[in-house]
Design a binder for this molecule. Structure first.
Ligand code: TXA
Ligand code: MG
Length: 307
């Protein structure tokens, strides 16, 4: 699987192109072209105070964007790149203001998807927010991108994404690393590798350090809420996502404790609920457990869809 030259030319001519990563589809644009980046903000309807992640294809490119890189970054890259870990670092002056929304930091990530790496290797670094209209769930299939943008955006189809939730955003520009957005790489995994404590940004509602966290993402039109004992599973206007059930019924999806599958399918289920005109999506509650890294990210995204 390699990228057709057509898409590389499009990016080089300043047009956005949607492409798959291992987390969700991104809407890519040349990280050194202000006009191309403006097109991404405009197409998404994204507030200009919400900064973008720069995607690179080789760890050495960190040095093109970031300065004062702490020793811990080498360890993190060794362990987690390419992969769903975004690092926030002090930025170099060369980084376009459009990307960072005026912050003195820049977010960098080297994705793991073969098509993403091939594309970026040929175009150079790309900004890539999730390829959805602002307020819609992130796209995990090429068709989701098409639902939001129609044929106004070119899409590289790489099938269904592997993780299904956006990358872990880790701020390493501060003395103690802090998770700004949970993802499939967990606090515990990062702590194990660093041998030190990692903080979690819990200032979400007040003034989140990751500006994107303050916007109501991940929200389908259907109401999302947790299951309660009074719910009637026969209610045809409700789509049930059950962790422990085994009932076969059109409006019931059984996950049988497979949290990675729930993460992979969550946004697709939100979109399905709207397309099939369900009024409500009801999810069976579950708790964090030590050996399932994805659960805090799932609870974060479901929490946002509920609030
Ligand atoms: O998995 C992902 O990260 C996907 C794929 C396409 O790579 N991308 C993605 O991008 O989720 P986006 O733009 O939807 O979310 C980026 C998040 C936002 O919450 C944004 O506020 C935060 O990263 N962010 C970007 N730059 C930042 C910075 N300098 N400091 C703090 N947060 C930053
Ligand atoms: Mg997004």
């Amino acid at each position: 699987m390699t990228i057709e030259p057509y898409y590389i030319e499009l990016i080089k001519s300043g047009e956005p192109v949607a492409f798959p990563t291992e987390t969700v589809y991104g809407l890519g644009a040349d990280a050194f072209n202000t006009k191309a980046i403006e097109k991404v903000f405009k197409a998404k309807g994204r507030p200009s105070d919400n900064p973008l992640i720069v995607h690179i294809s080789d760890p050495v490119q960190i040095n093109d964007f970031a300065k004062e890189i702490p020793e811990s970054v080498n360890i993190l890259i060794q362990e987690f790149w390419p992969g769903p870990l975004t690092l926030v670092l002090k930025k170099k002056p060369i980084v376009l203001d459009k990307i960072t929304a005026g912050l003195n930091t820049v977010a960098l990530r080297m994705p793991k998807h073969k098509l993403a790496l091939d594309l970026i290797a040929k175009t150079g670094p790309l900004v890539a927010p999730s390829a959805n209209k602002s307020g819609q769930p992130s796209p995990t299939k090429a068709n989701h991108v098409f639902e939001d943008f129609g044929d106004t955006v070119s899409i590289i189809d790489g099938g269904t994404t592997e993780v299904g939730l956006e990358s872990t955003v880790l701020d390493v520009s501060r003395p103690s690393p802090m998770i700004l957005r949970p993802g499939s790489i967990s606090k515990e995994e990062i702590e194990a590798v660093l041998g030190s404590t990692v903080l979690i940004d819990d200032s979400e509602k007040a003034k989140p350090k990751s500006p994107g966290q303050k916007y109501s993402h991940y929200k389908p039109k259907a109401e999302v809420r947790w299951l309660n004992p009074k719910d009637d599973l026969r209610d045809p206007s409700t789509l049930f996502l059950l962790i422990n059930g085994n009932k076969k019924q059109n409006n019931i999806i059984n996950y049988d404790q497979e949290f990675d599958r729930l993460a992979r399918e969550l946004y697709d289920r939100f979109r399905q609920a709207d397309i099939e005109k369900y009024k409500t999506v009801v999810i069976e509650p579950f708790d964090e457990r030590n050996n399932v890294a994805i659960i805090p990210a799932l609870l974060n995204r479901i929490g946002k869809a509920i609030s």
